[in-house]
Write a protein that binds this ligand. Structure first.
Ligand code: CU
Length: 146
């Protein structure tokens, strides 16, 4: 059924994606670093659905690159960051993006960003739904209050 397939593809590319109703975001903030160093985004995501919600992409107009990273520590205390393609929030559970674990890595601000600003970031889920989240920009020495 080629016609149906075509409609399906159009839907995936639609700018009018449905809102992700089952996921809520709290304590969304960005730690700003000096110069063109990447900024880190932190947020607590709660999934109120009976099935897992998987973040498949992150998008913002404020930075030219937005990714999900995971920080891990070696046995010798060295910390590393790796890019994560998909981040699943289990059913009826919360996942925190926090300084010791997952975070959004935001690189190359497309306009000057300063503490006190809000940066809008859209989380896109694997089912095509989207969650727009407003992140409060805080200075480099901000304390994690999640
Ligand atoms: Cu990172």
């Amino acid at each position: 059924m080629p016609a149906l397939l075509f409609v399906g593809l159009l839907h995936i590319g639609s700018a009018y994606a449905k809102q992700a109703n089952h996921v809520t975001a709290e304590h969304a903030w960005i730690r700003l670093l000096p110069g063109d160093l990447p900024a880190a985004g932190y947020v607590t995501l709660q999934n109120n659905d009976a099935k897992a919600a998987t973040i498949a992409a992150v998008q913002t107009n404020a930075y030219t690159s937005a990714m999900i990273h995971q920080s891990t520590q070696d046995a010798d205390g060295m910390s590393h960051m790796a890019m994560v393609d998909h981040l699943a929030i289990p059913a009826h559970a919360a996942v925190s993006l926090s300084p010791s674990g997952y975070h959004l890595m935001l690189e190359h601000a497309s306009h000057p960003v300063k503490p006190g600003d809000s940066v809008n970031v859209t989380l896109r889920f694997a089912d095509g739904s989207e969650l727009p989240v407003s992140f409060l920009v805080r200075p480099a020495n901000a304390v994690d209050t999640n």
